[in-house]
Design a protein around this ligand. Structure first.
Ligand code: FES
Ligand code: FES
Length: 165
């Protein structure tokens, strides 16, 4: 048993601390290498805008941007963000509403809102990559985000309006 303990402890200390950028702020973290990014954000860093749904990469509720790319934080270990740029929905808390968030409100594209941060992050990821994506590209970008309440009517209007520019 003690052999197993030593092994686990060396795994746990392999990444004792690391630095990454979180919503533009250099952040130093000390955490177990088994800690998931979603838990680090929600529990340790008090950023609950990133949601937990399926926990197996199928619902998109936990979507964040890592180096600009949409990534499921339930499938990402915290230490994998070392040296990277992580953006969460809280990073969009500017003086005025982000245009994508504004459209979600205007088009009534949310009910409980649980899926909304993940949807917004997926769309932001696409808009970072491409200035004027098509409707089809936007649809594809949120194909990993599940909404269980809206019936997608409002979300679809958001995509149409965004694609019309
Ligand atoms: S909680 Fe991560 S994809 Fe569902
Ligand atoms: S608004 Fe409730 S899950 Fe999408």
């Amino acid at each position: 048993m003690s052999g197993t303990k030593t092994e686990l402890s060396s795994v746990e200390t392999r990444h004792p601390s690391f630095v990454f950028s979180l919503n533009g702020v250099e952040t130093k973290i000390q955490t177990a290498s088994s800690r998931r990014l979603v838990d680090l954000l929600r529990t340790d860093l008090d950023l609950p805008g990133t949601k937990i749904g399926c926990e197996i990469g199928r619902c998109g509720a936990c979507m964040v941007l890592i180096d600009g790319k949409p990534s499921n934080s339930c499938l990402t270990m915290a230490y994998q963000c070392e040296g990277k740029d992580v953006e969460t929905i809280e990073g969009m808390n500017g003086e005025s509403l982000d245009p994508v968030q504004k459209l979600f409100l205007e088009e009534g594209a949310l009910q409980c809102g649980y899926c909304t941060p993940g949807m917004v992050m997926s769309l932001k990821g696409l808009l970072k990559e491409k200035e004027k994506p098509t409707y089809e590209e936007m649809k594809e970008s949120i194909s990993g985000n599940i909404c269980r309440c809206t019936g997608y009517g409002g979300i679809n209007r958001v995509l149409r309006k965004l694609s019309e520019g």
